[in-house]
Design a protein around this ligand. Structure first.
Ligand code: GYE
Length: 388
């Protein structure tokens, strides 16, 4: 509930300060029809964020209604709804929060039988997990696609078996054979990081940017979008991206890549962009070991994505300058999609999560991303306590 209060307050503040309203992720890139649905989706997502962690009202309602609907609309056994979830793996804090969100919402108490498979970042294993769900004749399949391509065959198999597929988080680029996708706009996150860096450098009188990027897992849409978004701003401003390599979204990967960057480029960079918090923690260890000073007021500006609890703690302590949120609590919105399907309704094809951009210093109040003014939020202990 705390999170909800914070969210509502933040929305209120932002709405008062900006005409854009609450949220950064989905709104900005949407156009046409998608734009119309985004506000509603974001509101829904915000509620979801507040209530996912077993926060009762939404999930419990869902439970009783889902079970109730089921009696009418019919799960496979006339009661419990069976869901197969092919999760990416367990590489990061974000992933842990995503898994917990699904397990909390799709619990036995809520009327679900959740078949959970941790695919350990192995795309072939993920496709096999989906085939296993088809064999089990589950009622719904949820996939968080490790990579964005190679999906059409197995999604056709799901379609042939009459099992609706819901995609969460990362996107699929080579098939549209799924009912809905619930997630974040990764390119907007990358653009926001770029726009923030531009405004921050101007504010601090930093005229030259030499950035090292530690990318996420290769082929993941989260990596592709964040890389593209940041590069677009870098190119437009004549910044140098000194190097850009994958740290696989892990702390060990971030440390390893940063250690090799330090060997090759020591003294030649003033910005490190890590595509998730865990990579940022690894990069911090590598820089600390090499005696390189990073964070607020130091030699190297450190930027991260995800903004999970531990990431925000590092923003508050000044180790990370800015952290671009990616909301992992998609399960309440996925449950809404399932309830719509149970009721014979057609859910939205795309549902965007609500996200905020977090900073340490109170020097800039907003940035403009895709022509839309978006608030920057200075991290407080209250925000950290309410985060996932
Ligand atoms: O940023 C990272 C995780 O797909 C958005 O995957 C997700 C990313 C997230 O491992 O921490």
């Amino acid at each position: 509930m705390k999170r909800k209060i914070v969210s509502v307050l933040m929305c209120a503040t932002m709405t008062a300060a900006l005409f854009a309203g609450c949220g950064g992720g989905g709104d900005t890139q949407a156009s046409g029809d998608a734009a119309k649905t985004d506000d509603a989706a974001n509101d829904a997502a915000d509620d979801g964020a507040s209530e996912a962690a077993g926060d009762d009202a939404a999930a419990d309602d869902g439970a009783s209604e889902a079970a109730g609907d089921d009696a009418a609309a019919g799960g496979s056994d006339g009661g419990t709804i069976t869901i197969g979830f092919a999760q990416v793996g367990h590489e990061s804090d974000w992933r842990t929060a995503s898994t917990k969100s699904c397990q909390d919402v799709f619990s036995a108490e809520n009327g679900y039988d959740l078949q959970f498979v941790d695919c350990d970042n192995d795309s072939a294993a993920q496709i096999e997990a989906v085939r296993g769900f088809i064999q089990q004749a589950v009622d719904y399949i949820i996939i968080d696609p490790i990579v964005s391509t190679g999906w059409d065959t197995v999604l056709t198999e799901c379609e042939d078996a009459g099992i609706p597929v819901i995609i969460i988080d990362r996107t699929i680029d080579d098939s549209d054979k799924y009912v809905s996708w619930v997630g974040s706009n990764f390119k907007t996150e990358g653009l926001a990081a770029g726009e923030w860096l531009k405004a921050y450098a101007e504010n601090k009188g930093i005229s030259e940017i030499n950035a090292l990027v530690i990318e996420g897992s290769t082929g993941a849409s989260a990596t592709i979008g964040r890389t593209e978004g940041f590069k677009e701003i870098a190119d437009a401003n004549g910044w140098t991206i000194v190097d850009s390599q994958s740290g696989d979204f892990t702390e060990a990967g971030g440390q390893e890549v940063m250690e090799s960057y330090i060997k090759s480029y020591e003294g030649k960079f003033n910005v490190v962009i890590c595509q998730n918090d865990n990579e940022a923690f690894g990069a911090m260890t590598a820089m600390k070991n090499a005696g390189i000073e990073y964070g607020v007021g130091k030699d190297v500006i450190l930027v991260s994505f995800d903004a999970c609890t531990a990431g925000l703690e590092k923003v508050m302590s000044g180790d990370i300058n800015a952290d671009f949120e990616c909301n992992p609590l998609a399960a309440p919105d996925v449950e809404k999609v399932i309830k719509q399907l149970q009721a014979g309704e057609t859910p939205e094809k795309e549902v965007y999560m609500t996200e905020h951009w977090y900073v340490n210093e109170d020097v800039l109040s907003s940035i403009t991303v895709n022509g839309e003014e978006q608030a920057l939020t200075v991290v407080t202990q209250e925000i950290i306590d309410a985060q996932y």
